[in-house]
Design a protein around this ligand. Structure first.
Ligand code: ZN
Length: 408
């Protein structure tokens, strides 16, 4: 019989608003029942000097675009010529040999091993619905969308006004790419949203690299949310959004990887790259805690899931990660964490991925595991990561390597 209630203890717990040393989290079924567990009889797993964070949230991805290498020869004027380059590339044809179900799994594993338990997959529901149910991480479902706000966009959804109204009615997020480029139409993105009465608290706006000062003020005034994808922006445009101004205007900013065919390898890569990019542009450091909030609570807030995920709080879902690092500098430890430093990932109370030394936790919670190595470190998972990689290699006909899944 596996247990359904346990305590998880570590060197430090980062909520992420606060930190608690030598604390433990009481998990019951899929939820956090308490912090600083005082129940004596419950089984405790002691993770030693590890640092526990809430599971990370990737605020922008396209799971169906999970492949490598990056395609493109920027800087581009807007996303459209990049999309044309992508779709005419031999790598795109190679990826097309892998069925969508497996590409979705690949996308989930890419996020999972980087400590990401929730992802926003920007795609119409009818495309993703058949594939997301069996994944080991959460793919958000509570959204309406547009692809973008130009005449040349991909016409997802029923139109900006209709989709935004639906979002308000159901308390969903309305997701769209915005001002991802420097042509006249791209630069009018915020005005287009205003025109359609879609610039409000439900709006989650991706990229926003061309926002004018006036646009930033409008986003702030209307309490819309912005998502920063620095890797993707720099790769495609050699520019990115003015995050310093976004933050000064108290806009809720989250972090996203975008697909690895234009963006970062994973959210850990994005945290590091975001830090470097911010410094290169502004000649000063961004606070690590702000970056961590972008990848946790800010994203939960933007997607209207703040009562369920994004922080370690009583009654929220038990999405937890443990990483190696310095308990005296927990935030920078996560910003600088490598894939091998992700020691344990718990999704809704169940372990799904971690170091081999935590095999006992998987066993006691009734989770069967497969094993593999990441950068020589022995890992285990509830999913068959190596099996998927082997199947992909068979489908493409050679020993494909994917740097976001460096397993052996
Ligand atoms: Zn995108």
């Amino acid at each position: 019989m596996s247990i359904s209630k346990y305590a998880l203890k570590a060197g430090i717990i980062v909520t992420p608003e606060d930190t608690m040393e030598n604390a433990s989290i009481l998990v019951e079924n899929n939820k956090i029942k308490d912090i600083n567990n005082t129940e004596k009889k419950v089984h405790e797993f002691d993770l030693g000097d590890k640092i526990i964070f809430p599971g990370l949230i990737n605020a922008h991805d396209h799971l169906l675009g999970t492949y490598y290498p990056r395609i493109g020869n920027g800087p581009y004027l807007n996303w459209l010529p990049w999309d044309n380059d992508l779709k005419s590339s031999p790598i795109y044809a190679e990826r097309s040999r892998i069925p969508p179900k497996l590409v979705y799994q690949l996308g989930a594993y890419r996020n999972l091993i980087a400590g990401t338990t929730t992802v926003s997959d920007h795609i119409p529901h009818f495309v993703s619905d058949p594939y997301v149910k069996t994944l080991p991480i959460r793919v958000m479902k509570n959204y309406t969308l547009a692809h973008e706000c130009s005449e040349y966009d991909l016409k997802w959804g029923d139109g900006i006004d209709v989709e935004y109204k639906k979002a308000v009615k159901d308390n969903f997020a309305f997701i769209t790419h915005i001002e991802e480029g420097y042509d006249e139409e791209s630069e009018e993105g915020i005005d287009v949203l205003l025109h359609h009465k879609a610039l409000g608290a439900h709006a989650v706006l991706i990229h926003a690299i061309a926002l004018s000062d006036k646009d930033i003020k409008l986003v702030a005034k209307n309490k819309a949310n912005l998502v920063w994808c620095p890797n993707s922006n720099m790769f495609m445009f050699n520019r990115t959004g003015n995050v310093k101004k976004w933050l000064e205007n108290k806009i809720n900013v989250s972090l996203g990887t975008d697909s690895p065919m234009s963006g970062g390898l994973n959210l850990l890569d994005e945290l590091r790259y975001g830090k470097t990019t911010y410094k290169n542009i502004n000649k000063k450091d961004i606070d690590d805690k702000i970056l961590i909030k972008m990848a946790t609570i800010n994203a939960a807030r933007a997607f209207r899931l703040e009562d369920k995920i994004g922080s370690i709080e009583k009654n929220k879902l038990a999405d937890l990660i443990a990483i190696n690092g310095d308990v005296k500098n927990p935030y920078s430890s996560l910003v600088n964490a490598k894939l091998e430093d992700v020691a344990l990932v718990i999704y809704e109370g169940k372990p799904v991925y971690g170091d081999k030394e935590y095999k006992d936790i998987f066993k006691k919670l009734g989770v069967k595991t497969s094993k593999f190595k990441i950068n020589k470190k022995e890992k285990i998972s509830a999913c068959d990561l190596l099996g998927l990689l082997k199947e992909i290699r068979k489908l493409v006909g050679f020993k494909k390597t994917l740097p976001f899944l460096p397993i052996e």
